[in-house]
Design a protein around this ligand. Sequence first.
Ligand SMILES: *Cc1c(COP(=O)(O)O)cnc(C)c1O
Length: 379
Amino acid sequence: MANIKKIKPFEEPIYVARPFMPPLDEYVRGLEEIWGNRWLTNNGPVLQRYTKEMRDFLDLENIAMFNNGTLALQIGLQGLGISGEVITTPFSFVATTHALHWNKIRPVFCDIEPDHYTIDPEKVEAAVTPWTTAILAVHVFGYPCNLDALADIARRYNLKLIYDAAHAFGVKIDGKSIAQYGDLTMFSFHATKLYHSLEGGMLTFQNPSLKTEVDYLKNFGFKNEVEVVMPGTNAKMNEMQALMGLTMLKYVPQLIEKRRAITELYREQLQSIPGIHLPPLLSDEIDYNYAYFPIEIDEQEFRISRDQLYKKLKEYNIFTRRYFYPLICDFACYRNVPVADPLKTARRVAKRILTLPIYYDLALEDVQKLCDIIIEMRR
Ligand SMILES: *Cc1c(COP(=O)(O)O)cnc(C)c1O
């Protein structure tokens, strides 16, 4: 109040995310190998090495690499033969629902839990119909879904359990990768995610026979030179992507550690500010990846709205994002999908949520200044 506008805007823009770049010489060394090979895509030697290292990293045998997460999910759904209705969350990036649409599957939107914004198992169970074939849940912001409750519902109603883990690379539960849960899990390695391969995607799954199917689907359905066994598409990861993913892999612990430090500073600075609501801490058995830092703004208590804060921060060269607003079901292309659930929690959260900048190169001094600016905004 007294010190309003005392803080100067950042000289350089601070975005919500910024990709980590590994040391250039490491990438160039790999490029030299690719130049020598002249094998640029179609399961080249770098992708083969990357796939092997990823298996070790996740301690998981059944994985398949793709050129992005969206196509990975589309192909995974097709590979599992999902049809009819799938229960999913409206509080996610729009690609989660698009993947259903491209498979001619009807999305059934149901509400989320108030603490960590993942799909609410009780609402899932209430939404099951004779046409339901699967649950497509999202580990949103890297927060694990209620894994046990969802597995229990899937088992009782004979549904496939599919996870969009685009935000959850590196998350572990009881020391086990989050990739180990459910029938199928999709990861995105897009440039804006915690860990990236320029663009890229991955499926992990329990049933080894799915591997052949998704490998055919991502390569036009080719079984060999002369046999096309299904109408596939083109979703192969190329060698440059694989090289980036491979080069980045050993930096993952370091990336997570830096984000942990940023998260702790945010929490320490913002936890007692009236009108700022932080998600509760996760339970001890979860190794979180600190992929995002969402806060909720209570307009009454903070005295300016989430949207006003979002706009005012831009004046300080700070570019936060309203993830996820609008809800997927409110986009023009899904507005005609019938929604039985009032989506009370999802609607409240979409109105209040703001994700703050978090990335490897973000200096702790800048996080401190960012918090000072936010606190100064409260009238
Ligand atoms: C990024 C993202 C996707 C899409 O991944 P791409 O690799 O960009 O295709 C899907 N779901 C969620 C929740 C995402 O954040």
